[in-house]
Design a protein around this ligand. Structure first.
Ligand SMILES: NC(=O)c1ccc[n+]([C@@H]2O[C@H](COP(=O)([O-])OP(=O)(O)OC[C@H]3O[C@@H](n4cnc5c(N)ncnc54)[C@H](OP(=O)(O)O)[C@@H]3O)[C@@H](O)[C@H]2O)c1
Length: 256
């Protein structure tokens, strides 16, 4: 997630490489980052000499490490923090700082890797408009950004955060279904992956609702209708309702 953001910021000319620094404790990973992002400083840890109160930090570590890393950033004196950490509230991150540092919580998703992500951001207690604009400009370099009240963040994580995994599972299942009907795996993969990408583009650019697009390919009593009847019998919609509810509950648990 962190390197996707650096790549997006550089591609968007958000700043010059020398304005950025990446903190990465592992030495082989530091070398790979230096090679990938020439001109960007790559540090093993952050210290007071590297930052001032104008410095913004983006927290992109696993939830288990997040508060310890935020405490280091606080000791070094960073001026604001954007977190992409799932489940971790702005309140808990604010508590790792000695002073009233603005904290923005966000939930991006993996299409940020190709600049096509969608991220939701929420400002903590000390945020003003300029802090949200700063966060939006960073995540906007790798996709679209929406602002939501923080109480929605667990649901956003369970929906758009996790959704690439749900959709890949649908794709895998459909490839398997093609193979079971006698197509080669390569042919089934090509048909399903290209249809997935094309259907997504059609949904995004046609201006039609998903229901209308589905109606458009469902002739009365036809082939698609027979397939959809089986999905309804197997309660596909209920499975998604329960999947998102379960993922949101897990996000709430992680944040406790
Ligand atoms: N992946 C997603 O779809 C997604 C979506 C939304 C939000 N998120 C959130 O994004 C965060 C990062 O996820 P990820 O998938 O990018 O994880 P990741 O690939 O494991 O990246 C985390 C990076 O943090 C480094 N790190 C560990 N300790 C550190 C420290 N003390 N200081 C600086 N860097 C340190 C890790 O290095 P080592 O490997 O050497 O430990 C690793 O390079 C998570 O909190 C997750 O909840 C992820």
């Amino acid at each position: 997630m962190g390197s996707a953001l650096v790549a997006g910021l550089l591609k968007a000319n958000w700043c010059s490489p020398s304005d950025l620094a990446i903190v990465q404790p592992s030495s082989p990973k530091r070398e790979a980052l230096e090679e990938r992002f020439p001109g960007v400083k790559v540090l093993d840890q952050v210290s007071k000499n590297d930052v001032n109160e104008q410095t913004g930090a983006v927290l992109c570590v696993k939830p288990d490490h997040a508060e310890a890393v935020a405490r280091n950033l606080s000791s070094a004196g960073v001026g604001r923090l954007l977190s992409v950490v799932a489940g971790l509230s702005t309140q808990r991150l604010e508590a790792t700082f000695k002073n009233s540092v603005p904290v923005i919580r966000s939930m991006p998703n993996t299409p940020v890797l190709i600049g096509e992500g969608v991220s939701a951001i929420s400002g903590g207690e000390h945020c003003v408009a300029a802090d949200l604009e700063w966060a939006e400009s960073i995540l906007g370099a790798v996709g679209t950004v929406v602002r939501v009240p923080e109480r929605y963040q667990d649901t956003v994580g369970a929906l758009s955060g996790a959704m690439p995994a749900y959709l890949y599972m649908v794709v895998e299942s459909l490839i398997e279904a093609g193979v079971h009907q006698g197509l080669t795996r390569d042919l089934a993969t090509s048909l399903v992956v290209d249809t997935f990408a094309g259907a997504g583009q059609l949904l995004k650019h046609s201006g039609e609702s998903p229901e209308q697009l589905r109606f458009n390919v469902t002739s009365p009593g036809g082939v698609t209708a027979a397939g959809i009847r089986m999905l309804e019998q197997r309660a596909l919609r209920a499975a998604f309702l329960e999947a998102v509810a379960s993922a949101a509950e897990r996000s709430r648990q992680l944040g406790r």
